[in-house]
Structures are given as C-alpha cells and as structure tokens.
Design a binder for this molecule. Structure first.
Ligand code: PMV
Length: 304
C-alpha cells in the first residue's frame, strides 16, 4: 500500500496575471488531498466520500489519462479531500498531484521526484481547468512557497523556491462555492479582447506587485507584503473578479487586524480570501465568533 499527499494552495499575489505570462507567488496549505493505493485487479479510482455525479465523471476521465501516462499500475486509488471544492484553494491541482504521485510510486516501487509528479499532474489539471498557468499543481507538487512564471504557449512554467526569513502567518476564510476557474478565466479573456490595452496594463501592474512582494518576503517585511495584498485585491476588483461577498470578507479580515487581505484564486461570485496577520490565532477567534468560516495557515520560514 502507498500513500501520497497533495496540499491545496493559496496565491499570495498574482492570480490571473500568471495566465498571461506574469509571475505569481503561491504557497502550499496545510490541508489537501490524500491518495491511497492498494493492490487491485486493475487501475481504478474511487472517492472516499460521495461527490456530485458530474464532478465524479470528470475525475474518472482525468484519472484515466494520468493512469495511462503512469503505465497503469494494478491498484485501486482512494481519494480523500480536506479541501472544499471550487473555492480557489487548488483542490483540482492537489488531487492531480496526489494521483500522479501515488500512481508513479505504485508503478516504480519508489517515490518519484517532484518534477516528474508535476509533469503528470499537469495533464490531469488541464482537463479540470482548460488553460491553466500551472501555478496550482506546481505549488502542490513542490510543497513550497514559489515564485512562479509561465510564458503562455510554453509547456511548463519555471519557479524558484523562496527563502522566507520568518513564517508567513495567514488566515484563510472561505466564502462559498463559485463558478469554475475555466469560466472566470474565459470571461476575463473576453473582456481583455475588447479592451486589450487597459487590461494588459492592469496585468502588468499585478506582475509588478509580485516582484515587490517577492522582495518584501525575502526582506521579512510583512507590512509591505500586507499592503501589496491590499493593492492586489483592488486590481482584481477592477478586473471584475471580486464580489460583494468577497469584498465583505476582505473588510472583515482587515477589521480583525490584517496587515493586508485579498481574494485568492480565480475569484468571481464566491471563493476564498486570505489575510496576513501578526497574531492569526486571535484573529481566527474573533472572525469565527462573527460567523466567518476560517483557519490559520502558517507558511513556514526557510532560511538558507
Ligand atoms: O482555480 P483557482 O481558483 O485555484 O485559480 C487559479 C489561478 C488563476 O490564475 C486564476 C488561473 C491559473 O491558471 O493560473
């Protein structure tokens, strides 16, 4: 029997810009998807808990693809997810990584390296997302805070692991299910086609925030990082990617003491927001008392 874990992810800065070749900063979550493989007559997948039938059908189709690429080891893979579906926490990327990792290990009898896992997971992720930048599954496969960039049209993105002076204390708040990333990205692309210069300018500005965010993280300047998150939320809002619900959650996090807060992931009519806090545990207590569904996620510091 073998087990693999694909963590969910949060995008600290740069979602959507990353689809157009700008960088993004993304970090793994402490929760994710676990895949367990046991010997079986043939290669198949099942969910530990029931899911909507459309989602299960798509999962089976995507699994078939990755199973084929992994050489169809004779195992039954059971998937268990702690991640809420379709809120921007990278559930499909996490699931793709967990499947790829467990199948490769079952086939070759040893753990595969993260690049090989990522490559396979990307084939699965494409079925869920259409034209993903690859930031979700790469963050999940690398299990590290990444500066990620992919030139549109290129097969794979490039990333650097960031060295963090001290941990990044985040609060993740879940606002509820939203439309799929595929639809939100496609609608944004249509708006960009109507007003190319304006939208290109906004995406470049988001890319610039990411560069400044990277410098802030490497310098351990949480205040600056918080401010960049606020500005990034404003730009995502300007791009039509926020909603009354997301804006309200962002304001609740700021009122609870966030150094900065923003939506994370594709956004749209629901999803999740993140806030950077000096004392995230106290903030979660306050927010939970106000009925906000949230949890603490510390991104561990790594010093060279
Ligand atoms: O699917 P989500 O909500 O985790 O968003 C992924 C991030 C986007 O930049 C919106 C899309 C992408 O492919 O990078």
């Amino acid at each position: 029997m073998s087990t693999a874990f694909g963590p969910g992810k949060v995008i600290l800065l740069g979602e959507h810009g990353v689809v157009y070749g700008h960088p993004a900063l993304a970090a793994p979550l402490c929760i994710g998807v676990t895949a367990q493989a046991v010997p079986h007559s043939h290669c198949e997948v099942e969910l530990a808990e029931p899911s909507p039938s459309g989602a299960t059908q798509l999962l089976k189709q995507a699994f078939e693809q990755v199973a084929e690429l992994a050489g169809r080891p004779a195992v039954k893979v059971t998937l268990k997810s702690e991640l809420p579906l379709s809120v921007g926490l990278g559930s499909s990327g996490a699931l793709s990584v967990a499947c790829a990792q467990v199948l490769l290990e079952a086939k070759h009898g040893r753990a595969a390296d993260s690049a090989t896992v990522g490559k396979l997971a990307f084939e699965m992720e494409k079925l869920f997302h259409g034209t993903p930048s690859g930031v979700d599954h790469t963050t999940s496969a690398e299990k590290a805070l990444l500066y990620y960039r992919r030139t549109p049209g290129e097969d794979h993105g490039h990333f650097e692991r960031l060295l963090v002076k001290s941990s990044l204390p985040l609060v993740v708040a879940i606002c509820g299910a939203r439309s799929g990333t595929k639809k939100t990205v496609a609608e944004l692309r249509s708006r960009k086609e109507i007003w190319p210069q304006r939208y290109t300018r906004l995406f470049s500005e988001i890319g610039q925030l990411v560069e400044e965010g990277r410098a802030a993280i490497e310098a351990g300047d949480l205040k600056s990082l918080g401010d960049l998150m606020n500005v990034n939320h404003g730009l995502l809002s300007a791009l039509g990617l926020s909603s009354a619900q997301l804006d309200s959650a962002v304001h609740q996090l700021r009122s609870a003491g966030a150094l900065g807060a923003k939506l994370t992931g594709a956004g749209g009519d629901g999803g999740a927001v993140i806030g950077l806090f000096e004392d995230p545990e106290a903030a979660v207590e306050t927010l939970k008392a106000a009925g906000v569904h949230c949890f603490v996620n510390r991104i561990p510091g790594v010093v060279s």
